[in-house]
Design a protein. Structure first.
Length: 113
């Protein structure tokens, strides 16, 4: 049986989740305000991790730029998606069976060859 590369699986899962978020932002722009609220709460912590200021800058952009940027493939965005405020918003775009299906798909795609 082949091993699942956990790092690849996690990167693919986070990217897929943010693709769903990007689509959701188109029909529910209030999701962006929810993510901004999460980041504002993070900013109360001291010292705060690097990703707090990075997310703050990103979420200050116009919504179309945010939608485009959160799904861009780059080492920086891969690292940033690990600590996403969209995972903590009150409006959950991925729940239940959809979330489980996305995890299974990410695992299948990350099997070491």
């Amino acid at each position: 049986m082949r091993q699942v590369n956990q790092e690849i699986r996690n990167d693919r899962f986070k990217l897929a989740h943010h693709r769903v978020v990007a689509r959701a932002l188109k029909s529910y722009p209030g999701l962006l305000d929810e993510a901004r609220d999460v980041v504002r709460a993070w900013k109360q912590d001291f010292p705060r991790p690097f990703y707090v200021d990075e997310w703050d800058k990103l979420l200050a952009r116009p919504i179309e730029e945010v939608r485009r940027e959160i799904v861009r493939r780059s080492p920086h965005l891969n690292r940033l998606r690990i600590s996403s405020p969209f995972a903590l918003t009150p409006t959950k775009v991925m729940q239940g069976e959809n979330l489980a299906r996305l995890r299974r798909l990410s695992s299948r795609l990350a099997i070491a060859r």
